[in-house]
Design a protein around this ligand. Structure first.
Ligand SMILES: [Zn+2]
Length: 192
């Protein structure tokens, strides 16, 4: 009986079972490339969901509500997806806009302004319109949040570089110490 070939969900090609890995979704992925790709996508989705959850919790706390209205969710998810205009048509993209983590950073930068607006401009309301108002203020802070993230990243890279240089110095000074020890040993032996 002929072996039944399995379709890999990543490349959509058929493969032999012994060259594939079974995953928890009960599907088989090619050992080379496709399985790595599956794991990377899974991890990206895990981070995406976690960041969305943190953003959601932050917003409902900020506005003192129990659930975020659908209209606000759509606006945030559209912002995350991003849009392209192709031959005059607006097309929704996929995870092309600022991520939910960056939105949360921007919210924190905008927090005081939003709180001020809730009291002074929105008469304390927390309906869809009021939350939308907050989203607009947050959007104005996205570039600042992005710049902050980049400079943090650069600091981290600089720190890593300095760490490596320090390690190099320690290693080379140890080598020198060893050399000196050898010279000392030689010097002593010359007197023996
Ligand atoms: Zn494949």
């Amino acid at each position: 009986m002929a072996e039944r070939l399995l379709k890999c969900p990543v490349c959509e090609q058929y493969g032999h079972k012994d060259k594939m890995i079974r995953e928890e979704d009960k599907r088989y992925y090619h050992v080379e490339y496709c399985h790595d790709r599956y794991l990377r996508d899974k991890e990206a989705t895990r981070i995406e969901n976690q960041q969305w959850d943190e953003l959601y919790q932050y917003i409902i706390k900020l506005h003192d509500i129990i659930v975020l209205p659908k209209g606000n969710i759509t606006r945030l998810k559209d912002l995350r997806a991003g849009f392209d205009t192709k031959s005059g048509k607006r097309e929704r993209r996929w995870r092309n806009g600022p991520d939910f983590g960056l939105m949360l950073e921007a919210y924190k930068l905008a927090e005081d302004s939003i709180k001020w607006c809730i009291v002074n401009k929105l008469d304390g309301s927390n309906d869809t319109r009021a939350i939308n108002y907050g989203i607009s203020i947050m959007i104005d802070k996205l570039n600042e949040a992005f710049a902050g993230r980049k400079s943090k990243q650069q600091q981290k890279e600089q720190f890593e570089k300095t760490k490596v240089t320090d390690q190099d110095k320690t290693i080379s000074s140890n080598i020198n110490k060893n050399k000196n020890n050898k010279i000392d040993e030689m010097d002593i032996s010359a007197f023996l």
